[in-house]
Design a protein around this ligand. Structure first.
Ligand SMILES: Nc1ncnc2c1ncn2[C@@H]1O[C@H](COP(=O)(O)OP(=O)(O)O)[C@@H](O)[C@H]1O
Ligand SMILES: [Mg+2]
Length: 505
């Protein structure tokens, strides 16, 4: 059977405590790319796992060419011509490309002969769709982009006519994304249908013919890509007006909360990663530290929270010398830390949401009294934070690692902000987050600044630096190459400085 048109009608899927898909309908034709757009947790993967037979819907139907079908397993799905490339690849590293492609298929004849035939078919398929690959290479030898091509070939080899790609670009470099897109265009030209999942608006505008927007488990809207814009899609996805313009109430205060003087810090190879660095951050300002990663940002951040030794120089927090203290004393002195690695440094992944929220305060009143945890108080405290910071979790006992990236970041933010730090260190606070979560983080940081906190924002993202900072500094090879008020900062010169160049050369 050839898939001309596939429809999922009124699909509902419940997990304990979560309505993952709520009466969702989508349709896709052969020869088109349908984009499925939604924030983390919107229900995209669940819907596609239903289509691929990995989950059974609680309600709803799937129709192909105007006939209802039942899909109880991936085997059923593949028999109908539906193939899925998962977000996380499922290849065996110690097998070759061709071995991975035929893995799990009935052989029917001697393995050697079979591999030879399979190789021939694989070469044919890769030529047909422009999917360059070497059938005899081992998976471990391949780049991520190449591995993804093998996953796609595996699905095509099984005769897929409708291809589901779950966030395929998340792991790719920009060049690999371009390559993938030309492959997808080739496939569509040859009559395949594609469901392309993403939360990246630029990509959706570029590759899709139509877009269905999912939000909170519901299909909000479907529209032709040519009739919409990134801005409209962003608002549909998030469900409210999106802004990147925050009021600047910044008033320069003289009070330095954080003072770094002539700081020197080693990297892991015991080379100087931070060289004679001096910086002051005042109450009520955000200083953006722009730079390409690997120029000392990590070492600076770690030195400030005392996860790394200071070789020489001084750090003062609120006038107090904290150069040679320990992490616990830094926390006590009033530092809040939003680390780069939110899952492993920011949280303890196996601990519950609630335990992670009280990680730094569990021994204090009112969470603890006479050495005993006050469970009722803890429950109230953490439930409030979950609500206030809009942390999407089935309950406060769920392990932190089960949350999406955006929600883990909200958890870290909630814990650090609730502690009322005087100085907040935010290292790449929105890397990998979707638009809604990013805007949430921005609002909270601005709010903190307006309450008089001093904030150091370390970011590779120039848009982010320009959106949030009151002053901007550039770090290059462990040194600060100039600090200017944002009103005087030019994007081009900041960009040049990040590359170690100035406008004059
Ligand atoms: N196997 C599961 N068990 C319980 N909850 C789940 C499961 N899979 C997904 N969820 C929940 O369903 C919702 C939708 O998740 P998902 O479909 O993965 O969203 P998306 O792919 O759009 O990020 C989320 O709240 C998620 O936590
Ligand atoms: Mg998903």
């Amino acid at each position: 059977m050839k898939i001309q048109h596939l429809e999922m009608k009124n699909i509902t899927k419940r997990f304990p405590g979560v309505l993952a898909n709520d009466n969702v309908s989508i349709g896709v034709h052969s020869g088109e790319v349908l984009a499925l757009l939604g924030e983390n947790g919107a229900g995209k993967t669940t819907l596609m796992k239903i289509l691929y037979g990995l989950y059974q819907p609680d309600e709803g139907e799937i129709w192909i060419n105007d006939l209802p079908v039942t899909i109880h397993s991936p085997r059923d799905a593949m028999r109908l011509g539906i193939g899925m490339v998962h977000q996380h690849f499922m290849l065996v590293p110690t097998l070759t490309v061709v071995e991975n492609v035929i893995l799990g298929l009935p052989t029917g004849r001697g393995p050697l002969l079979y591999t030879k035939e399979a190789t021939e078919r694989l070469v044919e398929l890769s030529q047909k769709y422009g999917l360059k690959t070497n059938p005899n290479a081992y998976i471990w030898q391949l780049s991520v982009g190449e591995q993804q091509r093998v996953e796609i070939l595996k699905v095509l080899y099984r005769g897929a006519e409708l291809l589901i790609l779950d966030e395929p670009t998340a792991v790719l470099t920009p060049k690999e994304v371009d390559e993938l897109f030309s492959i997808l265009e080739e496939m569509v030209d040859l009559g395949l249908g594609i469901i392309f999942i993403s939360h990246k608006l630029k990509e959706i505008m570029q590759i899709s013919d139509r877009v269905t927007v999912l939000r909170n488990g519901r299909s909000i809207h479907t529209l032709p890509t040519a009739d919409t814009s990134e801005h409209e899609l962003a608002e549909l996805m998030v469900g409210r007006d999106i802004t990147n313009e925050f009021p600047r109430q910044y008033q320069h205060t003289e009070k330095a909360i954080l003072e770094i003087a002539s700081l020197e810090v080693f990297n892991d190879q015991r080379l100087l990663a931070i060289k004679n660095l001096s910086l002051q951050i005042h109450a009520g300002e955000i200083v953006g530290l722009a730079g390409v990663s690997g120029n000392g940002q990590r070492e600076l951040a770690e030195a400030l929270v005392h996860l790394r030794d200071v070789q020489s120089g001084k750090i003062l927090l609120n006038g107090k010398d904290v150069t040679h203290t320990n992490p616990a004393q830094m926390i006590e002195a009033g530092i809040g830390y939003i680390p780069e690695d939110r899952l492993h440094v920011g949280t303890i992944p196996t601990f519950s949401v609630s335990e992670n929220l009280i990680l730094k305060d569990h021994a204090k009143k009112p969470l603890s009294k006479y050495g005993f945890l006050q469970l009722e108080n803890i429950k109230k405290y953490t439930t409030n934070l979950v609500e206030e910071f809009d942390i999407k979790t089935p309950n406060i006992q769920a392990p932190a690692k089960t949350l999406s990236g955006g929600n883990i970041q909200k958890l870290v933010l909630a814990r650090e902000i609730a502690r009322q730090p005087k100085f907040l260190l935010a290292n790449q606070p929105t890397r990998g987050l979707d638009i809604g979560a990013t805007e949430f983080v921005y609002r909270r940081l601005i709010e903190q600044r307006d309450q008089g906190k001093a904030i150091l924002l370390i970011s590779e993202d120039l848009d982010e630096i320009f959106t949030l900072s009151d002053r901007v500094a550039v770090i290059y090879e462990g040194k600060i190459l100039g600090i200017v008020p944002i009103s005087q900062a030019k994007r081009e010169s900041i960009g040049l400085l990040m590359a170690g160049l100035s406008e004059n050369n």
